[in-house]
Design a protein. Structure first.
Length: 94
C-alpha cells in the first residue's frame, strides 16, 4: 500500500468548558473506538485562531468543532458524526 494511505487519520474535537454536546460527541467517539485529540475553542475570553478559521471556513456556529481528514462539522450533528465514524473505521481497517 502506498505510504500516503499508511498514515493514521486524526480526529480533533475542539471543545469549550461545561459543554454537554462536546461531552456527548467525545463519549460516542470513545464508544466507537475512534482515537481523537481535544483542543480548546477559547483561550481565555478569545476564540483561538485555529478554531476561528474552522468556524469561518465551514460556517460553524456551535460547539464542539469536530474535524477529521474527511469530515468537519460543528455541534452535535448525528449524521455527520456517523459519517466520520464510518470513515475512521474504514481507514482503520486498511
Amino acid at each position: 500500500m502506498p505510504a500516503l494511505f499508511m498514515e493514521e487519520t486524526m480526529v480533533t474535537v475542539w471543545e469549550k468548558p461545561a459543554c454537554p454536546n462536546c461531552n456527548t460527541v467525545k463519549g460516542i467517539l470513545r464508544e466507537e473506538g475512534i482515537r481523537f485529540e481535544t483542543r480548546q475553542i477559547f483561550d481565555g475570553d478569545n476564540i483561538t485562531p485555529e478554531a476561528r478559521a474552522l468556524m469561518d471556513e465551514h460556517g460553524i456556529k456551535a460547539a464542539p468543532i469536530v474535524k477529521s481528514d474527511h469530515v468537519v462539522f460543528g455541534g452535535f450533528n448525528k449524521a455527520k458524526l456517523d459519517e466520520l465514524i464510518v470513515w475512521e473505521q474504514v481507514w482503520a481497517d486498511e
